[in-house]
Design a protein around this ligand. Sequence first.
Ligand code: E4P
Length: 218
Amino acid sequence: MKFFIDTANLKEIAIAQSWGILDGVTTNPSLMAKEGIKGHDNILKHYVDICNIVDGDVSAEVIALDFDGMMREAEILATLHKNIVVKVPMTKDGIKAVKALSNQGIKTNCTLVFSAGQAILAAKAGATYVSPFVGRLDDISADGIALISQMVNIFTAQDYKTQILAASLRHPMHIVQCAEIGVDVVTCPFNSIEQLFHHPLTNSGLEKFMEDFKKSQQ
Ligand code: E4P
């Protein structure tokens, strides 16, 4: 399972990269806005800055909602860096764009996916990744992890090449559940990755080892 970080914060990306477990980055317009990245040129520069930290796929989302606009943006984004994946929303124009970009050999991530039917459309259009939003389904009392499970079954049965990128993950157990189910990629907020490290028995065990080592040296 590949590990992506779901942030546009360069410091968080650099720290996760330094741990040696990072395979890529996902961003979206909200995450870019959170970092105060404004203006066309600054946005493009920020994507390049991210690509210079992580040697893996970096999702950059189009803003246009129409096919022609999406294609124009996608062509600019795709030329920024070899690792850019063009993120396109799950709409009719979005799926048309995914198909056209896939025909041109440009990597895509079909985002805002909330049902197995939408995921099938993304796979049929040739998306490189499809992003089901686990946490946002949980937020409305639906079952995000159940959707991931259903998608893994369908993609296995149909031998779809599109990679399932579980998104909108909110806590470390979402990551563990995705791993159990067998998704291709998880994209996680920095805190959820960091929380995976922690266990009270690791802390107390290490403390005891250090204490015993010091005693043995006296
Ligand atoms: C990433 O691709 C998604 O845009 C992101 O995971 C959404 O997460 P959220 O539901 O926490 O905003």
